[in-house]
Design a protein around this ligand. Structure first.
Ligand SMILES: [Zn+2]
Length: 315
């Protein structure tokens, strides 16, 4: 697990950056050590006095109960189940800590520093390896009863569909994610029309000892004219757009901000996404919805964690 950290001021300027690798992510204590190391190197590099810090924000890649400061589970690593990460970390560094999952952290980041400035009700959609949303209602993150609101990626849209990482079938994420794109690429690799993708996968998997098919390879093949790669991205985008229509139908926000690595896939994915949103949303809602792409990009994790601290401890 890579721990990426930044020291951020109230205006959203990143004053210092640091990255630490935790080599045994199944052990929470090793990850805490890596977080503390990142924090200390940021303090040392920036020469800022600790008394000026408001707190430490933490986006965690797994299910969390943000308000309780607990990691509920992380990618089948049993030691993380119900782990009180926030309070243990706060004790170590003697600072308030705000913890939440990645999607919620990103939502707060775009709300405070990015595309969502000035709105009251918005959702941030992570369209990357996975698919999930962070929900902001009346300017506040909405986490639900135990913190797991926004798991839109695991809403079932096809009860006989492909197996999802969560064990269910036909979740949105089984199509609209890097994981879904990889699955579809494997399934369709032998088809006529997948020549470029097939050759690229054979070569790269040999050169890079890579067992998966990363979404970037599918995007590259689509751009080179591979018909199957183009269809796979269209399918991923379309199902992602069905997810957007669900957001509009259920929450009626002012704004949806779409971010994550798959935004870089461009028109192959984004056009069918917008078409599906339009097709599956009732007329009276869709005319009022704004969709924007993230503006904070690769800095969103760091800025979102900082935004969470300012939102939590300055009010
Ligand atoms: Zn699922």
């Amino acid at each position: 697990m890579k721990v990426v950290g930044g020291l951020v001021d109230r205006m959203g300027n990143i004053l210092a950056r640091s990255v630490t690798q935790a080599h045994a992510e199944e052990q929470p204590s090793v990850v805490i050590d890596a977080i503390v190391e990142t924090y200390e190197s940021l303090l040392a590099e920036s020469e800022i006095n600790k008394s000026n810090l408001v707190g430490l924000g933490l986006g965690f890649p797994g299910n969390t109960n943000g308000p309780a400061g607990i990691v509920l589970e992380s990618s089948n690593l049993p030691d993380w189940n119900n782990y009180p990460l926030r309070d243990l970390l706060s004790e170590r560094i003697s600072l308030p800590v705000a913890l939440d999952n990645d999607a919620n952290i990103c939502a707060v980041g775009e709300y405070r520093f990015g595309a969502g400035q000035g709105v009251e009700h918005m959702c941030y959609v992570t369209f990357s390896t996975g698919y999930g949303i962070g929900i902001i209602i009346n300017g506040q993150i909405y986490t639900g009863q135990i913190g797991t609101a926004g798991e839109l990626g695991h809403v079932v849209i096809d009860i006989d569909g492909p197996l999802c990482t969560c064990g269910k079938r036909g979740c949105i994420m089984a199509y609209a994610s890097g994981i879904g794109i990889s699955r579809m690429a494997y399934e369709r690799l032998d088809e006529a029309g997948a020549d470029h993708l097939r050759q690229l996968v054979a070569k790269r998997q040999q050169d890079e000892a890579e067992k998966r098919i990363p979404a970037e390879w599918v995007v590259e093949s689509a751009q080179q004219g591979d018909l199957v790669a183009q269809e796979i991205l269209q399918t991923a985008g379309y199902y992602g757009g069905v997810g957007l229509s669900m957001i509009v139908q259920v929450l009626n926000p002012e704004l949806i901000v779409v971010g994550g690595g798959l935004v870089k896939a461009g028109e192959w994915l984004l056009e069918p996404m917008m078409a599906a949103l339009y097709e599956h949303t009732q007329v009276e809602s869709r005319d009022f919805i704004q969709v924007k792409y993230w503006v904070l990009g690769d800095d969103l994790g760091v800025l979102g964690a900082a935004a969470q601290v300012f939102e939590a401890f300055e009010k």
